[in-house]
Design a protein around this ligand. Structure first.
Ligand code: BTN
Length: 323
């Protein structure tokens, strides 16, 4: 089930976010909506797990800051104004939504406040609580055959690192092949890419990006060490500006990758690589290989030197550093 964002909802939350307690009647008068419409928004917020305090005679107050995603704010910050933006209050998965669109030759972006079936790599779930993080997907038509997209995940990782640096996380950010962004050994972001072959050597990719932005707790849903921008920076972050930077950096990197391939990103990858020279185990489908990381090749494959001295390349898998 998917739900589009309602403008009254965004306006009421924006008012609640300012100052202290707000009486339902005052909110209604200011925004020209009925008191019952305000009450419905409060109930909806509570349904999504947002803590709203209410005191008789004083009104409602948010217990923590909350700025919702606003499509017009994000669009105003985009370099490419032609991008189609689909914003949902709730959707199963932003990747699945874009995959369900009829053949489109245009770049499309989908954002959601909540995903009810957020997907991670290798069949894992991606925890997607309401209005805390960024759940963003981009449909991008490539003039490339599917076989040339191996380095895409790495390029996306670099684009997100660029956007994170622009938003205050300037140090200690590392890429973990192929798709993780790590801060202080904890996961801050990941991407999931789903590709479809088109005719005449072209392909369409749905690129899904998850960034932990304001999340402070996870009700023990996440099975691996994680962090968030709020944990790192000690401040609440407006996701609108971060989303716009992610989209701008992503599209600039994707255009470059579409024209020139992964080779032009190798130096940037080496500078961000957390696995360089480490002994790692790589697990894919049904086997596990151990070796020392030599680097990545011009296609973005991971190169490992095995115990017998031979170098083997890997196009996919889950890597773990062996101490
Ligand atoms: C991973 O690290 O395992 C990949 C995580 C990808 C999560 C994002 S959130 C937006 C998009 N929609 C999904 O269902 N998954 C991706």
């Amino acid at each position: 089930m998917k739900k589009k964002v309602n403008t009254n909802f965004v306006k009421i939350v924006s008012l609640l976010n300012k100052g202290d307690y707000h009486a339902g009647e005052t909110i209604g008068d200011k925004l020209q909506v009925t008191r019952s419409a305000v009450w419905k928004v409060i109930k909806k917020l509570q349904g999504y797990g947002v803590k709203v305090d209410s005191i008789k005679g004083k009104g409602y107050a948010l217990e923590a800051p909350l700025i919702l995603l606003d499509a017009s704010k994000i669009k105003s910050l985009l370099n490419n104004k032609k991008v189609a933006l689909h914003l949902f209050e709730s959707v199963d998965s932003t990747n699945d939504y874009l995959r369900s669109l009829k053949q489109s030759q245009h770049i499309q972006i989908c954002l959601a406040e909540q995903q009810t079936a957020g997907k991670g790599r290798l069949g894992r779930e991606w925890y997607s609580p309401f209005a805390q993080n960024i759940y963003l997907s981009c449909l991008y038509p490539f003039q490339k055959d599917i076989s040339e997209l191996a380095g895409l995940s790495l390029v996306v990782t670099l684009a997100i690192i660029r956007a994170l640096k622009k938003n205050g996380v300037t140090e200690n950010l590392f890429a973990k092949w192929p798709n993780d962004i790590i801060y202080d050994h904890k996961k801050l972001s990941g991407n999931l890419i789903e590709v479809q072959a088109e005719s005449h050597g072209a392909s369409r990719a749905v690129i899904g990006v998850g960034i932990n932005v304001n999340m402070l707790s996870d009700d023990k849903e996440i099975q691996q060490p994680w962090t968030s921008m709020q944990k790192i920076l000690n401040t609440y972050n407006d996701r609108n500006k971060i989303c716009a930077d992610v989209i701008n950096e992503l599209l600039s990197c994707l255009d470059m990758f579409n024209q020139k391939g992964f080779a032009v990103f190798i130096d940037e990858w080496i500078a961000a690589d957390s696995l360089s020279k480490q002994v790692v185990s790589i697990k894919n489908a049904n086997h596990k290989v151990i070796g020392k990381v030599v680097g990545v090749n011009e296609q973005g494959y991971l190169m490992l030197r095995l115990q017998d001295g031979k170098v083997q390349t890997f196009s996919a898998g889950d890597t773990t550093i062996i101490k």
